[in-house]
Write a protein that binds this ligand. Structure first.
Ligand SMILES: [Zn+2]
Length: 467
């Protein structure tokens, strides 16, 4: 999986072809390397020359010699491998850091294991403290069913508990947490979410899907500014340890932006961040009014993208499908954004040169997003756009009706996909979707053959791979 991700990421980062040689000396020349260029026309090279912050030459040792001047630093790579920097094209940076700070439930192997981990944390908590965390997934538990409030009540009868599923689209709460949030059998489902209820008693069973998670989450005391800053620092540390040189932060607010700017200004973080903020809403409006930030802090920080979420996830059956779920025929998921709120924002984003990236997992959500993008593209022709080729994206593009796959290339829309979801969903996608619908699902090769570039991302910490 890791290798696959790396290869996918490398495709993103095509080195610029060598420009017409400048006769001035370079700052650094690397030679005797096993250099992977990610340029199909010349995939391997021996040497690289760098001047200022740009690669000015890629090629042979002999040809690199003319870039060596009296002040040039020459690095002998001694046959070692040199690669373009890796970009994670879809990540949630604060989430990666917060997972390090709260209860990390990744690699939880059974309900018993899950409850034991929660109990250990509850035992350390003071009366009234919230116990929060994320990362569990029931796919390989026996039986493979969601945990419930009653399960959690056995280990935490008093402290409120709220624990997110690995995909971020569902969470389980205990009775104490539901009580604080005032969620009971009479609470209606919020728009874009579902309070899962016991079929017999009608009482909430503890599972909250998509927007319904907010009913409890908003009652959890907010993290302090210091904690938020620490999460970013820990997230950056983790990313750098994994070898990423840039991450694309798929959503957030100006509070994140302020933290990034503060840490960049202080020289605390070096990682490149390509940042999106959520829309439609006041945050997206602010970005369109203030305009994008491009290449700040030594080419390390960009803020030029609005992240929209158009449906839920497949595992929790929140993904919006054209036909009902094969294993729950009374449901076909739900859209989580209203067309009338999206439309004016898309039009304005084109006029202002702002990129839009929209989470779409189900085939209905993917079609909806393509339709809305297409309508906006027609309403604002290239001559009226600030950026003629806006490179709008669909995040995940996971279950796509085969008829819609060629529309991405036709519209110039980028399907930004994550290998971890294909692997994580392997165990339940056939039952959720039925075999026929799998034809356009996780369709990497069909997308590549249709003529689009498919960026690879991790979606960390929503890593649903669980071995
Ligand atoms: Zn994501």
């Amino acid at each position: 999986m890791k290798l696959f991700l790396v290869i996918a990421s490398i495709l993103l980062l095509t080195l610029m072809p060598a420009p017409t040689p400048v006769q001035s000396a370079a700052d650094i020349v690397f030679k005797n390397g096993n250099v992977y260029t990610a340029n199909d026309k010349a995939p391997k090279a021996q040497a690289i020359a760098v001047k200022d912050d740009r690669i000015v030459f890629v090629g042979t040792n002999a040809a690199a010699q003319k870039y060596v001047g009296t002040n040039t630093r020459v690095v002998d790579l001694k046959g070692n491998t040199m690669l373009p920097g890796f970009t994670d094209s879809h990540q949630h940076l604060s989430g990666v850091g917060l997972r390090e700070m709260t209860l990390n439930l990744e690699n939880t192997t059974s309900l018993q294991d899950f409850l034991a981990k929660v109990k250990a944390r509850v035992d350390q908590a003071k009366p009234g403290d919230w116990v929060t965390g994320r990362g569990w997934i029931e796919t390989h538990w026996q039986p493979s069913v969601f945990p419930t409030r009653s399960d959690l009540d056995t280990v935490s009868p008093n402290n409120p508990v709220f624990l997110g599923r690995a995909d971020g689209h569902g969470a389980v709460a205990n009775s104490a947490a539901l009580k604080i949030a005032g969620v009971d059998k009479d609470t209606p489902n919020p728009f874009g979410g579902e309070i899962s209820k016991d079929k017999q008693s009608g009482e909430p069973n503890g599972m909250l899907l998509d927007a319904a998670q907010g009913l409890v989450r908003r009652r959890i005391p907010a993290i302090t500014p210091e904690e938020a800053e620490r999460a970013v620092v820990l997230g950056v540390k983790r990313d750098i340890e994994l070898g990423w040189t840039q991450i694309q932060d798929a959503g957030g607010t100006y509070a994140d932006v302020d933290i990034f700017k503060k840490l960049y200004a202080a020289g605390t973080i070096k990682l490149r961040i390509y940042k999106a903020v959520y829309g439609p809403g006041p945050t997206a409006t602010r970005l369109m009014n203030e305009g994008p930030t491009i290449g700040a802090y030594g080419n390390r920080f960009n803020l030029r993208t609005i992240k929209v979420v158009s449906d839920g996830a497949l595992g929790s059956r929140g993904a919006a499908l054209l036909e009902p779920y094969s294993d729950a025929t009374d449901s076909s998921g739900f859209l989580t954004v209203k067309a009338e709120e999206l439309r004016p924002m898309l039009v304005e984003a084109l006029r202002k040169g702002i990129q839009v990236e929209t989470h779409a997992i189900g085939d209905r959500a993917n079609r909806f997003v393509l339709d809305e993008y297409e309508t906006a593209f027609k309403a604002v022709p290239p001559s009226e756009r600030k950026v003629a080729e806006p490179r709008w994206r669909v995040e995940h593009a996971q279950i796509v009706n085969p008829a819609d796959i060629p529309r991405f290339a036709k519209l110039g829309v980028i399907p930004s996909m994550q290998p971890s979801h294909a692997i994580g969903d392997l165990f339940f996608a056939p039952s959720r979707l039925g075999i026929k619908r799998l034809a356009g699902s996780y369709a990497w090769e069909s997308f590549i053959k249709s003529g689009v570039v498919v960026p690879g991302g991790s979606d960390a910490p929503s890593n649903v791979v669980n071995r």
